[in-house]
Design a protein around this ligand. Structure first.
Ligand SMILES: Nc1ncnc2c1ncn2[C@@H]1O[C@H](COP(=O)(O)OP(=O)(O)OP(=O)(O)O)[C@@H](O)[C@H]1O
Length: 264
C-alpha cells in the first residue's frame, strides 16, 4: 500500500426529507486499501458508496468528494468532470446488475463501453482487445466456462463474479461493492470475498465493500469504517474492532451480524 490518496471525502451530509442519512462524514482512502464499510441497516452505507460514484448528490452548502485528485461532487452538485473519475471506479451492486438476456461474455465486454463507441457494443462487434480482456477477466474470476451462457441462467455467485469481471474490463482502479455477498450462500460469498481480496493484494486495486457480515469484514479487510445513523463511529484496523466497539455500533444483539461466530 502507498499513501497516495485515491478518494477524499470531506464533511459529506445527505438528508432525505427529515432523515439525515449521512452526517458530516469525512474519509480519506489511500491507493491499495481494502476497507469494509459496516453498520446497522439504514446507517448510510449505500448512500455513502453511491455518493462516491456520483450516483447520489450530497447536501447543498457543504461537503466534497474527489477521486484520483479530480472532483466527483461538491456542495450538492455533481462535477462536470465526474465521468473521468467514474470510468476508473467499478460499482458492484447486491443485485448483480447484469443484462439477463445477454451472454455472460457480452455483459463483461460491456465494461469497455466508455472506451469504445456504444454502437459497436450494441452490435456485439467487440474489438479484439476487448474480447481478449473479457476472456482474461472471466478466467481471473474463475467462470470462463460460462462465457456463452445467458446471464439470467447463471447462479447468483456466478453473476456476481461476472460483475467483478466487468469492472476489470472497465480497467477500474477502485471497486465499490455494495453488499456484494448479501444474496449469496456462504460458499459463494466467501469466493467473491476471496476474489476481491486477491484483486486488492495482487493487482493493487482499492476496494471498499459494504458488509452485513462482520466476520467477513474482519477476515478480508484491513481497515473497517463503521457508520451508525449517518455518523462515522469507527475508523481503524479490523483487528482493533473489539466486542465493546461492536456493541456500541450494533447494540447488545451484535452477535447476529456474525455468520460464523462472534469473538468472545
Ligand atoms: N432515495 C431515498 N429516499 C429516501 N430515503 C432514503 C433514500 N435512500 C436512502 N434513504 C434513507 O437513508 C438512510 C440510509 O440508507 P442506506 O441505504 O444508505 O443505509 P444502509 O446502511 O446502506 O442500509 P442497508 O444496510 O439496510 O442497506 C435510511 O434511513 C434510508 O431509509
Amino acid at each position: 500500500m502507498t499513501s497516495d490518496p485515491v478518494l477524499s471525502i470531506r464533511a459529506v451530509s445527505k438528508t432525505f426529507g427529515s432523515r439525515k442519512a449521512l452526517n458530516a462524514v469525512s474519509l480519506d482512502v489511500a491507493r491499495g486499501e481494502m476497507i469494509a464499510l459496516i453498520g446497522p441497516s439504514g446507517s448510510g452505507k449505500s448512500t455513502l458508496l453511491r455518493s462516491i460514484d456520483g450516483l447520489q448528490t450530497i447536501d447543498e452548502g457543504e461537503g466534497a468528494i474527489s477521486a484520483f485528485g479530480g472532483p466527483v461532487q461538491a456542495k450538492g452538485r455533481v462535477s462536470d468532470q465526474v465521468r473521468k473519475a467514474r470510468i476508473r471506479i467499478g460499482f458492484i451492486a447486491q443485485q448483480f446488475n447484469l443484462v439477463g438476456r445477454l451472454s455472460l461474455f457480452s455483459n463483461v465486454a460491456l465494461g469497455s463501453l466508455g472506451r469504445i463507441p456504444l454502437v459497436r457494443g450494441l452490435l456485439g462487434a467487440w474489438p479484439r482487445e476487448t474480447r481478449e480482456a473479457a476472456m482474461a477477466a472471466l478466467h481471473r474470476v474463475g467462470i470462463s466456462d460460462y462465457a456463452g451462457q445467458r446471464a439470467n441462467t447463471l447462479s447468483g455467485g456466478q453473476q456476481q463474479r461476472g460483475a467483478i469481471a466487468r469492472a476489470l474490463v472497465q480497467k477500474a482502479k477502485i471497486i465499490l461493492a455494495d453488499e456484494p455477498v448479501a444474496s449469496l450462500d456462504p460458499v459463494s460469498a466467501r469466493k467473491v470475498m476471496e476474489i476481491l481480496r486477491d484483486l486488492n493484494a495482487s493487482d493493487g486495486l482499492t476496494v471498499i465493500v459494504t458488509l452485513h457480515q462482520v466476520d467477513y469484514a474482519l477476515r478480508y479487510c484491513d481497515r473497517v469504517v463503521a457508520l451508525k445513523a449517518g455518523n462515522k463511529v469507527y475508523d481503524g484496523p479490523a483487528d482493533a474492532l473489539d466486542r465493546d466497539k461492536l456493541i456500541e455500533i450494533y447494540g447488545p444483539e451484535f452477535e447476529e451480524v456474525f455468520w460464523e461466530g462472534a469473538p468472545q
